[in-house]
Design a protein around this ligand. Structure first.
Ligand SMILES: *Cc1c(COP(=O)(O)O)cnc(C)c1O
Length: 379
């Protein structure tokens, strides 16, 4: 079936009892057991509840995976995956990972003896060189936040398989509608479902999807043991958000392409980073593994002073952290999503002082372009 149909069917799980079209919100922390010796499918809601399971099944279906898990935030999902590692294990991580992931890798895991090396994943020999006997996994994010750095998923998977390693991919920027890493051989997909999946800047949520049962068992063990699960009200909102994932992503990506092309020829813009532009490094690789360039672009206005002026002049986008919502959001990564990085780390990852990230929403693209033009005229 087409994935447009999959999305609606996966996110619209009817209630078998009443026939309600939408998944019931089961606000119950505990479940009555049929008898002293016989326990039912559910006992305590941290271990599982029907509403969360409907959401977990939906995200698994969309990612073409067998097992899905929902967490309270994207960072809870990512951390729970990393908590399946043990002291002595090592990871090779794309140097372009999300600031929060960077923080867990740098400041928490080393205290528990889990170490990592950051590598430019566009350089396959650098990945190979960073692999040690104790390496357990390669961790990628493509396109990356905020510079839209592209990683060749199949190439990384081939390296991982040759060394008996797992591949973990953060698919937040594409969503399963535009890119399905499990189909390309990735073992574990993680999401900040706060972004495109939920899509309305209302809830925080995270997801993990896998195909292998042993991996699924390990992730479920951590989910249940650590307990950073997604609540049922938020799961319901996530399911509602997912129903429109396809139309939202298609519309926003179309607008993002138009905005990127417009800014690329604008005299005040130093550089535009958008995987849908033929000039973007990794453009061909990206289009071979994803449907289009997505709904997020970044552009450099030359200096922090110019970025400040533009942000104050813009009337439509919200100036805030986060992305992937119905409203456009502009953010300044050095002070927001990547505030964890010092100047050397910012320089190394290509986050220049004039860089703004633009998450394109569902407003009229002509209005967004005129707003940007009016703003750019002030710098
Ligand atoms: C936002 C984000 C996260 C973290 O997710 P939260 O829901 O904020 O915890 C992880 N990865 C990427 C790429 C993100 O954009």
């Amino acid at each position: 079936m087409s994935e447009w149909t999959d999305i609606i069917q996966a996110a619209t799980v009817h209630d078998p009892i009443s026939g309600a079209i939408n998944t019931p919100i089961q606000l119950s922390s505990t479940f009555d057991q049929p008898s002293f010796d016989q326990f039912g499918e559910y006992d305590y809601a941290r271990s599982g509840n029907p509403t969360r399971e409907a959401g977990e099944q939906a995200i698994a279906t969309l990612e073409h995976g067998k097992y899905g898990y929902l967490f309270s935030t994207g960072m809870a999902a990512i951390s729970s995956v990393l908590f399946t590692l043990s002291a002595g294990d090592h990871l090779v991580v794309s140097q372009h990972v999300y600031g929060g992931t960077f923080r867990v890798l740098e400041e928490i895991l080393p205290r528990w003896g889990i170490t990592h090396d950051f590598v430019d994943f566009a350089d396959e020999s650098a990945i190979e060189a960073a692999i040690k006997p104790e390496t357990k996994a390669l961790y990628i994010e493509t396109p990356s936040n905020p510079i839209l750095h592209i990683t060749d998923i199949k190439a990384v998977v081939a390296i991982a398989k040759a060394h008996g390693l797992l591949t973990i991919a953060d698919n937040t920027f594409m969503s399963p509608f535009l890119q399905k890493p499990l189909d390309l051989g990735v073992d574990i997909v993680v999401h900040s479902a706060t972004k495109f999946l939920a899509g309305h800047s209302d809830i925080l949520a995270g997801a993990v999807v896998v195909n292998d049962q042993q991996l699924a068992d390990k992730i479920y063990f951590i989910q249940n043991a650590v307990g950073a699960t997604l609540g049922v009200l938020d799961t319901w909102l996530l399911l509602r958000g997912i129903k429109t994932l396809g139309v939202r992503m298609s519309h926003a990506a179309h607008s993002a392409q138009e905005i990127a092309e417009h800014l690329a020829q604008h005299p005040k813009i130093v550089n535009v980073l958008y995987p849908g532009l033929a000039t973007h490094p990794g453009h061909d690789v990206h289009l071979a593994q994803a449907k289009n360039g997505g709904a997020v672009l970044s552009f450099d206005v030359g200096s922090e002073a110019n970025a400040r002026r533009l942000v104050s002049a813009l009337k439509i986008p919200a100036f805030s952290v986060s992305l992937g919502a119905v409203e456009s959001i502009i953010s300044y990564p050095p002070k927001m999503s990547h505030a964890e990085l010092n100047q050397t780390e910012l320089d190394k990852t290509g986050i220049s002082p004039g860089l703004l990230r633009f998450s394109v929403g569902l407003e009229d693209v002509a209005d967004l372009i005129s707003d940007l033009d009016a703003g750019l005229a002030t710098i």
